[in-house]
Design a protein around this ligand. Structure first.
Ligand SMILES: [Zn+2]
Length: 284
C-alpha cells in the first residue's frame, strides 16, 4: 500500500471525535477516508488524508486520526507505534493534537482551554520506541511554534465562548482505563501535575523520535476525583456535546496558521535517534 506524503498531522480527541472529522469543513479537499495502513508495528487506526490551503493560500497535506481507543491501554500504545511509523514514512513534520482533560487544581474550570508546556508520564514504560533503544531529549517537549499558534486561536475561541485559555500547565498521563482515586489525584498534584488524562504520551515522545513538532490543546471536561466534592457527569456530557465539538476547529486553524518553515529547535532535540531514520518523503 502506498504511504501518502504529508507534512502535517491532526490528532483528534474529544472535539473532532464528536464532530466526526474535519472533512465536514468546506475548505477540505478529501484525498482518502479511514484508510488502514499495515506497518512494522501492525495496522494503523483509520487515517483520513486531506488537503487544505493554509492562511497564505498554499496547499497543505494533512493526515487526520480520530481518538485512539483508550479502553485498552496496551492497544493504544500499539496503535501509536503503528501511527507514528506511518507518520515517519509519510514525512510528517508537525503534529497538532486536541482532547479533553480533567483538572487536578481548583484554578482551572470546566470548559477552560489548556495548552500544556510539560508533562509527567505515569504510564508503564513499554520500551515501545520505533527504534529499539532510541533515546530522545525531552527539552521543550511541546513545540513552542505550535503552542503559540494554538494560543492565538484558543484566545479567539475563548473570547467567543466566554471561557478562558491558559498556555502553561503540566499534563499528567495515567494508564487507565480506570479513573484515579482521590488519593492518587492528590499525589499527582503534589508532584506538580495540573491536568490529567490518558492521552499525550506516548505520542509526544514518538513525535520527537521521528523529528516532528508536537503540541496539544486540551479542554477541561471535569475536575479530577477529590478536587471538588463531586465531579459532574451531566456537565461533562454537556461540554462534550456543546463546546468540545468545536475544539477540532481550533486545532485545525492553528495548523493552518503555522509558518511554512519551523522557527523552533524541536528537531535538534532528537538525540541520539538513528540519523538514518530521517523521513525521505517530500510533501506539501
Ligand atoms: Zn517545533
Amino acid at each position: 500500500m502506498v504511504v501518502p506524503a504529508a507534512r502535517y498531522a491532526l490528532l483528534g480527541g474529544s472535539g473532532t471525535g464528536t464532530q466526526g472529522s474535519p472533512e465536514g469543513d468546506g475548505r477540505v479537499e478529501l484525498v482518502s477516508r479511514d484508510q488502514v495502513y499495515p506497518t512494522d508495528f501492525g495496522n494503523t487506526p483509520p487515517v483520513t488524508h486531506f488537503r487544505i490551503s493554509d492562511d497564505d493560500g498554499r496547499p497543505r497535506s494533512v493526515l487526520f486520526v480520530r481518538p485512539h481507543d483508550v479502553t485498552q491501554a496496551t492497544g493504544r500504545v500499539a496503535q501509536s507505534l503503528a501511527l507514528f511509523w506511518l507518520f515517519r514514512e509519510a514525512g510528517v513534520r508537525r503534529i497538532v493534537a486536541e482532547s479533553g482533560t480533567a483538572s487536578i487544581t481548583q484554578h482551572f474550570h470546566p470548559r477552560d482551554l489548556i495548552i500544556p508546556h510539560d508533562f509527567l508520564d505515569f504510564t508503564r514504560q513499554h520500551g515501545g520506541q520505533l527504534v529499539p533503544g532510541a533515546a530522545v531529549s525531552m527539552r521543550e517537549p511541546f513545540c513552542p511554534d505550535i503552542r503559540e499558534a494554538l494560543w492565538q486561536r484558543s484566545r479567539k475561541f475563548a473570547a467567543d465562548k466566554a471561557t478562558r485559555v491558559f498556555n502553561r500547565a503540566v499534563h499528567a498521563t495515567v494508564e487507565g482505563p480506570r479513573l484515579e482515586t482521590a488519593a492518587e489525584v492528590a499525589a499527582l498534584a503534589r508532584l506538580g501535575g495540573d491536568i490529567i488524562s490518558q492521552t499525550v504520551t506516548p505520542d509526544v515522545y514518538l513525535a520527537r523520535e521521528i523529528g516532528a513538532c508536537f503540541a496539544t490543546v486540551q479542554m477541561v471536561l471535569n475536575y479530577a476525583e477529590g478536587v471538588r466534592p463531586e465531579w459532574d457527569f451531566e456537565l461533562l456530557r454537556a461540554i462534550v456535546r456543546e463546546g468540545a465539538e468545536e475544539l477540532g476547529g481550533v486545532a485545525l486553524d492553528a495548523l493552518l496558521a503555522l509558518p511554512d518553515e519551523p522557527g523552533c529547535r524541536c528537531v535538534s532535540y532528537r538525540e541520539p535517534a538513528e540519523r538514518g531514520e530521517v523521513p525521505t518523503a517530500v510533501a506539501t
